[in-house]
Design a protein around this ligand. Structure first.
Ligand code: FAD
Ligand code: SIN
Length: 523
């Protein structure tokens, strides 16, 4: 079946939904979600969203904090643009109903997180993402021009390749005509033709064994664009959040927000000794790459599986009021955070790289935009400043909307696109092969491409992945398309890009720390 939309939006997180809401007055919009609209990284965000909103703070400070954290690799023009546009996008979120906490005098109640020189994190208790997701979903569902397709999995974006042309990375003017989309319930692959396609598929945490991301984070958008010969970069900069609750049986790993360290919590070894001052004068509030590496190093020195986060010295009532979700969750796991230390470990959390976009959110493929975690804007450089992700997503969705609306009248549907062809394939009954391979990717990435890397570890990772790649491509060409086989393929493609780009960077920088070129960091 062929469906035609002015805009198709792949992904229902903050990036996809805010883009959809901003273009829907000018055309028909389809928003696709591979599970339910609510299931997205956005929904789990805790700490909040960074923006200058009080008189004693200023843009220059937020810009400098972002640049310092990015370790020399941020694009300063982009940093300035995002920081300066942040307050107006906060206003938009408030207009859509997002309820950021306020103090007694009616001003935003601002938190502080690692690497920020001031209190500038707007939040809704410790469940900011759930509040944003809920409000945006409500707006999307009531919009007359937006059709929602849940359990619809985007398999490939459509380009000249599907018209029979040989498309390479060097081919000029690659164009996107929409996407092939699997309806999980009917198992049919539909053709969604679009004038404009927005890729907003989120992160890649699922390529690691231990991650704070929900299972949807399989790098689909990045893999699709890479296969379509679009530009992807900075994939080596995978951010590990220093403090996820240590519970090896739980996936995703439950996050203990950095705002808790901003509130005064400190890290301790299992023996109760504070250690962060050995690594950085900012102590427990140093940027994430430094804290995660320090924890990794302490765990290696002691042989322990976790360290502790201690918030017991703060007022119990205040702690419960600020962090009700975390308090309840930890209590359910037998830890009363007002009395007990919290066992924590680093976990894969966020990807700084992704689909390359310009300041209008355009990818290297015509009529294809990308926003949110799947995109690489240049804001984060080698390491993202805490709470700069949600704001980047909403600022870039806005830039994309303005740009796309300005040019959509000149774009026509491509009527030559053929329907999906699955001749000669059959239903693959061996699910165990797929789940086993996905687990193996997680092990490879966590063992060899984690917080600390080396040439030898990366080579070993690539060699192991190569075997899985060949097996999976073979299986894919023989099988009827299913979400599981597509996700496995995307996980492998994404892992490949992380390893390849890590191998190419012959220097430790921000989140990419390698034993062979350790010059940058003294640990
Ligand atoms: P997502 O919100 O992940 O949405 C992706 C969407 O794409 C989903 O709807 C998914 O179903 C869909 N999708 C993916 N592939 C396909 C496909 N093939 N077909 C169809 N649909 C598809 N950042 C901050 O700034 N502040 C925070 O406090 C913060 N806390 C965080 C806490 C946690 C636990 C996590 C995991 C992340 C946190 N982050 C935070 C990061 C931030 O939440 C994410 O970077 C951001 O929400 C990403 O938004 P997004 O719209 O790009 O993607
Ligand atoms: C957190 O709450 O610690 C996560 C913030 C972020 O990832 O930006």
């Amino acid at each position: 079946m062929v469906r035609k939309y002015d805009f198709i939006v792949i992904g229902s997180g903050i990036a996809g939904m805010s883009f959809a809401l901003k273009v829907a007055h000018k055309g028909k919009v389809a928003i696709l979600s591979k599970t339910r609209l609510e299931e997205a990284n956005t929904n789990l965000a805790q700490g909040g969203i960074a923006s200058v909103t009080k008189d004693s703070d200023n843009f220059e400070k937020h810009i400098q904090d972002t640049l310092i954290c990015g370790d020399g690799l941020c694009n300063e023009e982009v940093v300035r643009m995002v920081v300066e546009n942040a307050p107006s996008q906060i206003d938009e979120l408030v207009k859509w109903g997002v309820d950021f906490d306020k103090g007694d005098e009616g001003n935003f109640d601002l938190h502080k997180e690692g690497g920020h020189s001031d209190f500038r994190i707007l939040h809704h208790k410790d469940a900011t993402g759930a509040e944003i997701q809920k409000r945006l979903v409500r707006q999307i569902k009531k919009h007359p021009h937006i059709d929602v397709f849940e359990n619809h999995f985007a398999v490939e974006i459509i380009t000249q390749h599907h018209l029979g042309m040989l498309v390479k990375h060097t081919t000029p003017n690659i164009e996107c005509y929409g996407a092939y989309v699997l309806n999980e319930k009917t198992r049919h692959v539909h053709t969604f033709l679009a004038k404009v396609t927005m890729m907003a598929t989120g992160g890649i945490g699922s390529i690691y064994q231990s991650t704070t991301n929900p299972s949807i984070a399989t790098g689909d958008g990045i893999a699709m664009v890479y296969r379509a010969k679009g530009l992807v970069s900075d994939m080596e900069f995978v951010q590990f959040h220093p403090t996820s609750f240590y519970n090896p049986n739980e996936r995703p790993s439950f996050l203990i927000t950095e705002a808790m360290r901003g509130y005064g919590a400190v890290l301790r070894t299992r023996k109760g000794r504070q250690f962060m001052h050995k690594y950085d004068e900012r102590g427990s509030l140093a940027p994430r790459d430094i804290v995660a590496r320090a924890i990794d190093s302490e765990m290696k020195l002691s042989g322990d599986d976790f360290v502790y986060l201690d918030v017991t010295h703060k007022s119990a009532e205040e702690t419960k009021a600020h962090f009700p979700t975390i308090y309840q969750k930890c209590l359910s796991l037998g830890v009363d955070i007002t009395k007990d230390y919290i066992p924590v470990v680093p976990a894969a959390h966020y990807l700084c790289g992704g689909i390359e976009v310009d300041v209008y959110s355009q990818s290297s493929i015509r009529n294809l935009y990308a926003a949110g975690e799947c995109s690489r804007t240049g804001l984060h450089g080698a390491n993202r400043l805490a709470s700069n992700s949600l704001i980047e997503a909403v600022v870039y969705a806005d830039k994309a909307a303005t740009h796309a609306l300005g040019r959509i009248e000149g774009v026509v549907f491509n009527e030559q696109v053929p329907e999906w062809n699955d001749e000669g394939t059959s239903l693959n009954e061996e699910m165990v092969l797929i789940t086993q391979s996905a687990k193996e990717v997680g092990q490879i990435m966590s063992n060899y491409v984690g917080i600390v890397r080396s040439n030898l570890r990366l080579k070993r990772a690539m060699d192991r992945l190569e075997i899985l790649y060949k097996e999976t491509e073979d299986l894919f060409t023989r099988s009827v398309v299913t979400k599981d086989i597509c996700e496995l393929r995307n996980i492998i493609n994404t892992a490949y890009l992380v390893i390849k780009m890590a191998m190419q960077r012959k220097k430790s920088r921000g989140l990419h720390y390698t034993l062979d070129y350790p010059d940058k960091i003294e640990l």
